[in-house]
Design a protein around this ligand. Structure first.
Ligand code: HEM
Ligand SMILES: CC(C)=CCC/C(C)=C/CC/C(C)=C/COP(=O)(O)OP(=O)(O)O
Length: 312
């Protein structure tokens, strides 16, 4: 995420980089990539200009959600080392500016997506922003360790939005892409929460590692990784998958499972002593895992256009 972006501006003096940081550009890059793949693999071709405009507004909508999240979370972001330098807690952007910026961008992106693509896609983007900001950030994040499981749905909607841009609707394939991101979110986030537990504890955010301890989180990471495997294979065998997707899925799933098993077996004292190296590795690998699956869908589609790829 973009909280690591530094600015030379003094407190109260917002620079362009600060407003860019409000969009959480690093996280949103993968969100937007999954939306792009959802759009491209759909069976209805989209004019390249419409596709480019749609992706731009999905990116801006995702960024708006990030800005609204940072507006609401400024108090807890101030208490965590990872987030204390963000524009709002650091005082470079006021809460009012972040709120206004987020709301304006959210409104513009949803309306423009509805006009450029279709009303369903625009409403779906609005619902996703609502889900991330209101359901996850405002309602669940500070209340329950299930926050990221339920709230994670927001991050899983973008490939469905991409699909909706092309088709105007929902399908089994777009639901399988949703399931892939939805089941991936807990191992993605909880592996990070294993080595960031103290930050969340300081801020009073009830992440699983704080409320139930690290050993429980290790067990849940393994459980979700096991659930992720059938979802990834089902997607590979669907109409948007093919032999390439299946190969990538088998390799990445095996590596993810190996990493999750390793974390599960780890002794807490050993993990603490080596600075949570294996946990950090699995977190980084989770990003590669998701990117790899969606890149494989894209490659399968490209092969399909040349007469190869796909199951048919
Ligand atoms: C509720 C769901 C999620 C939670 C709680 C979560 C949480 C986090 C956190 C706390 C970080 C560390 C960011 C930092 O450097 O400060 C992170 C990194 C990241 N997340 Fe997630 N995440 C979620 C869903 C997603 C989704 C759906 C995607 C993309 C599809 C995603 C992509 C990324 C990426 C690309 C990074 C690395 C950013 C970097 O390079 O620093 N995350 N996530
Ligand atoms: C198109 C669209 C609207 C997309 C939204 C996609 C989305 C919800 C992605 C989730 C990304 C994320 C960083 C969640 C963590 O928030 P956090 O508040 O727990 O993380 P933080 O502590 O780093 O702020």
């Amino acid at each position: 995420m973009s909280d690591t972006s530094f600015s030379v501006t003094a407190p109260g003096e917002a620079g362009l980089r600060d407003f860019l940081a409000l969009l959480k550009p690093r996280v949103m890059s993968l969100v937007v990539f999954t939306a792009f793949v959802g759009l491209v693999v759909a069976p209805v071709p989209v004019h390249p200009f419409v596709a480019a405009v749609a992706i731009l507004f999905i990116a801006l909508g995702g960024g708006a959600a990030g800005a609204l999240n940072m507006w609401y979370d400024a108090d807890i972001d101030r208490l965590m080392r990872r987030t204390e330098r963000r524009p709002v807690p650091a005082g470079r952007v006021s809460e009012g500016e972040a709120l206004g910026f987020g709301l304006a961008l959210a409104g513009i992106s949803c309306v423009m997506l509805a006009l450029a693509a279709n009303v369903f896609a625009g409403l779906f983007l609005a619902f996703t922003i609502f889900f991330y900001v209101v359901v996850y950030t405002v309602w669940l994040k500070r209340r329950t360790p299930q926050n990221i499981v339920i709230g994670g749905a927001a991050g899983a909607f973008p490939p469905m939005i991409g699909w909706a841009v092309a088709t105007g609707g929902v399908s089994l394939e777009s639901l399988l892409m949703f399931a892939l991101v939805f089941l991936w979110t807990p191992p993605h986030f909880w592996s990070l929460a294993l080595f960031m537990r103290d930050d969340y504890s300081r801020a009073g955010v009830p992440m699983l590692t704080v409320t139930h301890g690290r050993p429980a989180a290790r067990g849940w990471i393994l459980a979700y990784t096991l659930a992720l495997i059938p979802a990834s294979l089902a997607l590979a065998f669907s109409t948007v998958g093919g032999p390439l997707c299946l190969t990538v899925a088998v390799v990445l799933d095996a590596l993810f499972l190996r990493g999750a098993l390793r974390l599960w077996r780890r002794d807490e004292a050993v993990a603490e002593a080596d600075g949570f190296a294996a946990e950090k590795r699995l977190f980084r690998f989770s990003l590669l895992w998701l990117f790899g699956h969606f890149a494989a869908l894209l490659a399968e589609r490209a092969l399909h256009l040349t007469g190869w790829g796909g199951w048919a």
